[in-house]
Design a protein around this ligand. Structure first.
Ligand code: FES
Length: 146
């Protein structure tokens, strides 16, 4: 069988099927939640996250439906949890995690892992939310308390 016959007799069908399967797989992979991100919702301004989400990592980025900014939830060495709002206190831009710290791409403010300003122009620390463990759930109060 020469090359033209091979192509005519269905090898293209096989190629199309293989490539479409590959494309479908790649498309589905792109829809997955990135590792380390927890998508959830709140009820009466409370977000609940199972403690088991932190079995593999001490840090999770939490994305809450209908809440304007992501949350950085950190498991502390003493077993407590800290939640910071990824909001720059200078002019309200979202923050990006860099290593264990946070960075604002708009004007360059930087914050340490506890949310304290380490470089301006921001002058105020990041917002810290009340976070506690209740029955194997991490409970985060979305209203600012400090
Ligand atoms: S908004 Fe973040 S540094 Fe200005």
């Amino acid at each position: 069988m020469d090359r033209k016959e091979f192509i005519k007799k269905g090898s293209c069908g096989i190629c199309i099927a293989l490539s479409s399967g590959f494309l479908l797989s790649a498309l589905l992979d792109s829809c997955k939640t990135p590792l380390g991100v927890v998508k959830t919702s709140s009820k009466e301004d409370i977000v609940l996250i199972p403690v088991k989400e932190f079995e593999q990592s001490d840090y999770k980025l939490v994305r809450v439906n209908n809440y304007d900014y992501d949350l950085a939830v950190q498991k502390n060495a003493n077993g407590t949890y800290t939640t910071l709002v990824l909001l720059c206190s200078h002019a309200g831009q979202p923050l990006t995690r860099t290593g264990k710290n946070y960075y604002c791409a708009l004007h360059g403010s930087q914050f340490d892992h506890e949310g304290h300003v380490t470089k301006g122009p921001a002058e105020r620390d990041m917002i810290k939310l009340t976070t506690q463990i209740i029955n194997d759930q991490i409970s985060i109060q979305l209203k600012k308390t400090s």
